[in-house]
Structure formats: C-alpha cells, structure tokens
Design a protein around this ligand. Structure first.
Ligand SMILES: Cc1cc2nc3c(=O)[nH]c(=O)nc-3n(C[C@H](O)[C@H](O)[C@H](O)COP(=O)(O)O)c2cc1C
Length: 202
C-alpha cells in the first residue's frame, strides 16, 4: 500500500485549497492509498513561530512527512507567493525530508496573475528539501471554485485536471515501488546489477 501525506498550508478554516486536498484524498483512497492529512493551521502557532523543533505535535507532523512515500502540498497564494503558514511548517522539516518522494503542489488564488509563484517561490524550497520529482501543479482560481449549497464546487476543467494529477501521482508511486523492490531484490541476491537496472536506479 502507498502512503501519502497531504499538507494544507491555508490559515483559513474554510479553504478552497484544502477542499482540493479533500477531493484528492478521496481519489487516492479509491486507488488504494493510505492518506494522512496535516493541517498546518492546527499545529501550535507558537511552536511554528518560534521554530520549536521539540514540540510534540510538530514532531509528529514532521514524522508523517518523513515516512510518506508521496506528499501533496496545498497552499493559497498570498502576496504573490505561497502562504507564510506553509513556510513556517516547511522550515521545520529536516533538509532531505522530501528526497525520493513525488511531490504534487496544489494552489488556489484570486486570479491567474500569480500562478508562477509556484515555480519561482515554492519549487526552490521543495528542491532544497530534496524533492526531485515535482509533478505538474493543480491551480484553481476563486471563479473555478464557486460556493454552491454552502460548499465549494469545481469546474469540469479543474475536476479533470485533478483526476489527471492524481493518476500521475499514482503512476509515480507505482514506479517508486518497482524501484524499491528492484533495489531490495538486488540487495538480497547480492548479484551484480544489470546495466538496465543501473540506469533505472539512477
Ligand atoms: C492575505 C491575502 C493575500 C492574498 N494574496 C493573493 C495574491 O497575491 N495573488 C492571488 O492570486 N490571490 C491572493 N489572495 C487570494 C487567495 O489566494 C484566494 O482567495 C485563495 O483561494 C485562498 O485560498 P484558501 O481558501 O485555501 O485559503 C490573497 C488572499 C489573502 C487573504
């Protein structure tokens, strides 16, 4: 079974970006993945602001990320960047916390104006945490997610984009699982690796 962590970086209790995460979680469970959510807004604010690495709740959340096989990170766009709340949590992660994990970013914004923030602001941070496989993001504006009957709806285009992104993530998880069993098999048999396997591992 694949183990996926979803991380919500919105400070808002009612949040479009977190709603996208909920849809992704449902889809991943249908694909047989185990999913755990971290809501950064639920973590102790003082511990995050003071970078208290010893705080028990923060440590549990960090461990969830460390043990995940993939991470979906959702953020609102704030002031042409991702949220400060998300950054305060990412700052608590060990340097290589995202190594060997596919990472799928989600973002919502008031308009398309700051869409590139994911590339110029979030991606370098993910790279500094060891992420080498950042999947194509899912981005929705407020117009793409109107309130209908007291909850958020998504346009067909966003629903399709989300489904496509989840398929890509599931494929990436399958590839990673194949790679792991290849490595484990090689370790067990202690055989000289084939050139194909060598290339594949790299
Ligand atoms: C403090 C603040 C700053 C914002 N800055 C931007 C911005 O720079 N660019 C943008 O496209 N939207 C901006 N927005 C709009 C939010 O990104 C948008 O409402 C988003 O859907 C909120 O996501 P959430 O519901 O998950 O919190 C801002 C909203 C707030 C509250």
């Amino acid at each position: 079974m694949s183990y996926v962590v979803t991380l919500s970086g919105s400070p808002a209790a009612r949040s479009r970006s977190t709603h996208l995460l909920g849809l992704a979680e449902t889809a991943l469970r249908v694909h047989g993945a185990a999913v755990r959510r971290i809501d950064a807004r639920e973590l102790p604010a003082v511990a995050l602001m003071h970078a208290d690495f010893g705080d028990a709740a923060v440590r549990r959340a960090v461990e969830l990320v460390e043990h995940a096989q993939a991470v979906i990170i959702a953020t609102p766009l704030y002031k042409a960047s991702y949220s400060g709340l998300l950054k305060s949590f990412l700052d608590m992660l060990p340097q290589r916390a995202l190594a060997h994990k596919p990472v799928l970013p989600f973002a919502t914004g008031g308009s398309l104006a700051h869409l590139l923030a994911l590339d110029y602001a979030l991606k370098p941070v993910l790279a500094s945490l060891g992420a080498r496989h950042v999947l194509e993001n899912v981005f929705a504006t407020e117009r793409d997610m109107p309130v209908v009957d007291g909850t958020y709806a998504v346009t067909d285009a966003i629903a399709d984009r989300l489904a496509e992104a989840i398929e890509s993530l599931v494929r990436a998880l399958d590839d990673a699982a194949a790679l792991r069993s290849l490595r484990d098999g090689r370790r067990m048999s202690n055989e000289r690796p084939t050139r194909e396997a060598d290339l594949f591992v790299r």
